[in-house]
Write a protein that binds this ligand. Sequence first.
Ligand code: MTE
Ligand code: MO
Length: 374
Amino acid sequence: DPYSKEPIRHKALKINGQKPFCAEPPPSLLIESFITPTELFYVRNHLPVPEIDIKTYSLELIVGEVTRKELKFEDIKKYPKYTITSAIMCGGNRRSEMAKEKQLRGLSWGIGAVGNAIWTGARLCDILKDLKINEDDYNHVQFEGYDLDPSGTPYSASIPIHKGMDCRADVILAYEMNGQIIPRDHGFPVRVIVPGVVGARNVKWLAKIIVTKEESQSQWQQRDYKAFSPSTDWDNVDFSTAPAIQEMPVISAICKPEPSETIKVINGKINVKGYAWSGGGRKIIRVDVTNDQGKTWHTANLNAEDYNAKEGKYWSWTLWSIDLPVKKDCKETEIWAKAVDASYNVQPESFRNIWNLRGFLCNAYHRVKVKLEH
Ligand code: MTE
Ligand code: MO
């Protein structure tokens, strides 16, 4: 069994898949703190977790077809050390809600395929600078992992070259997560963090960086993590017609209360909490909440504790909270939330017209029905 040497995981994680291991924290624990505790951070593996010895670990740097360098773990640590706080979100986060619209294929994620952590490592732009490559000669930076499928093919993905070369993009080869050595499930000893970009490009257990003209040819870049029109189905889909998902759209979720929970009304109000995030470093500028189907929208208080974030570099999520007025004697209510980002992008109202066959980019208003106790 290639899965016989998997790490031990936290008991609170809700398991969506055992082999490969995929799990998320429950909503209430998800937003307990601005920084997601490492052991509660969602895990999305596609293959068995590789066993890597830090003493023999090496990272191959390839330009075109030519190997230019092999970096040992210590060589990566010699680069200037950068720390960023950034969320990572799976492209399939909140898929279980989209699946209710119409059947689709993919793991049934709730709202917890996201986490916000402190990442420390070397900047990709510094490493690429040392290779003295001309950005105009290439189009993509590919990342290969040490995790292999049964045929020996590694997990792999790529990002556009401008993203990799741009120091402002804060792409880092992280060797610490929340101030500690990265645990095996999250990419020990080195993983890529591409802030603001779909989780799938944040390659764990990094084995190779390949600067090329072509995008990664892996199945995860070419035949997965792409979205289509609601009328595209498995009998007429052509994956070559859609670009690979990179920057993520604006999204939010209500984490407290949870669906069907009974909550106490205090002074005519209930407390509602959640997270909001947008890709591409776009700041969350507002979160609107309603419990009368949008007749009245209330603006939530935002908590974006990452005070170092600069314009266009809001990599962290924003936590929000509101004391929401509810009607007297009402026994049940449905809460909706929607976020707005710095480009005034806003979440779509429902899943109906954004449904796609693999269940990606599930960012419709989040709706939670709860019971009230007066
Ligand atoms: N990197 C490798 N090598 N193998 C993988 O299976 N999964 C990707 C990405 N990087 C994956 C990977 C996907 S789809 C996501 S959402 C994130 O890792 C999840 O990161 P996490 O498990 O640290 O939360
Ligand atoms: Mo993912």
